[in-house]
Design a protein around this ligand. Structure first.
Ligand SMILES: Nc1ncnc2c1ncn2[C@@H]1O[C@H](COP(=O)(O)OP(=O)(O)OP(=O)(O)O)[C@@H](O)[C@H]1O
Ligand SMILES: [Mg+2]
Length: 392
């Protein structure tokens, strides 16, 4: 039944179509997340948001990872657009890092206009297919990284560092002229672009851009001048760990366990259906004190401990090899919505960990504050996409 799997919540308001609005669409493997924002006097305001579980579209349970056809995905998208009362066609869509090729390159120090021309030309050398087959997204690596031939100077920089994250290299160059700048490039194959364009078009939406989901997350949950942070996105089938320095993705790692594994384990151990196990996981979380609830929390804890220990191994290795300190771990993804996570994480992890609150930057109706804080981690990508749309 539709109501069973449609987790939609919309802000009760009469919407008029305005061009200052923008829709962020996160087509996750287990659910679609959507956030519509508008710009009002320089502030991002929430117009509506919603989530739709994809499991039932693939003949499986809520919370499970799926692999839908374009047509099925468009159908799900249309349902969510209607349910959440989205009234804007302009949208941005996220794709996983694994669907792209990323690399750093150096280009001559030129004007921003010339840079737009030079980047695609230089990028040819790094891309195994014709440049006409890819879509490029890129950003200038902040000067602090550029100054780091052996890796250690970055530490010095951060100790004294007051420069802004993502600050274009040009500013630093006023003091000390350089003839090269470093660029972080993302190449997305046009086949991917075509695929998403067709999904979105069939849902009567207008794709403005595709963006790697970690970029959207950085925009919505990482403070502008946060130093080195790690982001752990606990999804359905997998958990994704990223190390981000001043807005640039330095490392990424896939941990092959996600929140659906918890539901499967609960179902197996307690001999209940996966649907029931999914419900119990959400209801009890890590806070079960006795009886069956205690068993459920223990299963959740075991699985999360595995994900944490894999994440910590990667973080430790990075810190040792790069001689850098990771200041914070930020949890995102639906698997991070689990009850009792902050206390559990701080009892297990040696690193300072927080749960993402992407709606924090958005003006929202006060009556939604609690629910948005709770489900926020799941919407980190969709919020980041919508924020980028407003930037234009
Ligand atoms: N309140 C909750 N408590 C516990 N788990 C939850 C809760 N809400 C959602 N989840 C779990 O989060 C998972 C989905 O997370 P998310 O929506 O981030 O994944 P996804 O974006 O679809 O996956 P991916 O990013 O890997 O494509 C599901 O397995 C679901 O069971
Ligand atoms: Mg996701």
């Amino acid at each position: 039944m539709l109501e069973n799997f449609l987790n939609k919540i919309s802000v009760p308001k009469f919407f008029k179509k305005k061009s200052a609005s923008f829709l962020g669409v996160d087509l996750g493997s287990s659910s679609i997340k959507m956030v519509q924002l508008k710009q009002e006097k320089g502030v991002a305001v929430l117009e509506t948001y919603g989530e739709l579980s994809l499991g039932p579209y693939a003949g499986t349970e809520i919370g499970r990872a799926t692999n839908l056809t374009n047509k099925q995905m468009s159908g799900a998208l249309i349902s969510l657009i209607e349910e959440a009362r989205v009234n804007i066609a302009e949208c941005g869509v996220s794709i996983p890092l694994s669907s792209s090729l990323i690399f750093n390159m150096e280009v001559p120090q030129v004007s921003p206009e010339q840079l737009k021309k030079i980047v695609p030309i230089e990028a040819r050398r790094y891309i195994p297919v014709s440049i006409s087959e890819v879509m490029l997204d890129w950003r200038i690596i902040p000067e602090r990284d550029f100054e780091e031939p052996a890796g250690d100077s970055d530490l010095e920089d951060r100790r004294s560092g007051t420069r802004q994250a993502n600050q274009p290299a040009e500013n630093g160059l006023k003091n000390k002229r350089r003839d090269k700048i470093k660029i972080f490039v993302v190449a997305i194959h046009k086949n991917e672009l075509d695929r998403y364009q067709s999904i979105v078009k069939n849902a009567q939406l207008n794709l403005n851009f595709l963006e790697i989901e970690i970029f959207s997350t950085i925009r919505s949950v990482v403070q502008q001048n946060a130093g080195t942070v790690a982001i752990l996105d606990i999804g359905s089938g997998v958990a994704k760990l990223y190390i981000v320095e001043y807005g640039i993705v330095k490392d990424s790692h896939l941990i092959s366990r996600g929140s659906q594994d918890i539901s499967l384990a609960i179902s197996r151990t307690l001999g209940i259906t996966i649907d029931k196990a999914e419900e119990k996981k959400r209801e009890v979380g890590l806070t079960g004190a006795e009886g069956e609830d205690k068993d459920i929390s223990e299963i959740i804890a075991t699985n999360l401990k595995y994900i944490f220990s894999e994440a910590e191994k990667v973080l430790r290795k990075y810190q040792t090899e790069q001689h850098k300190n990771i200041d914070r771990l930020i949890f995102t993804g639906g698997g991070s919505v689990i009850k009792g996570l902050p206390a559990f994480a701080s009892s297990i992890l040696k690193i300072n960990a927080t749960v993402a609150d992407p709606f924090d930057k958005i003006r929202t109706p006060a009556f939604l504050d609690d629910i948005l804080k709770e489900i926020g981690p799941e919407f980190a990508v969709a919020v980041g996409l919508a924020l980028r749309g407003l930037e234009k």
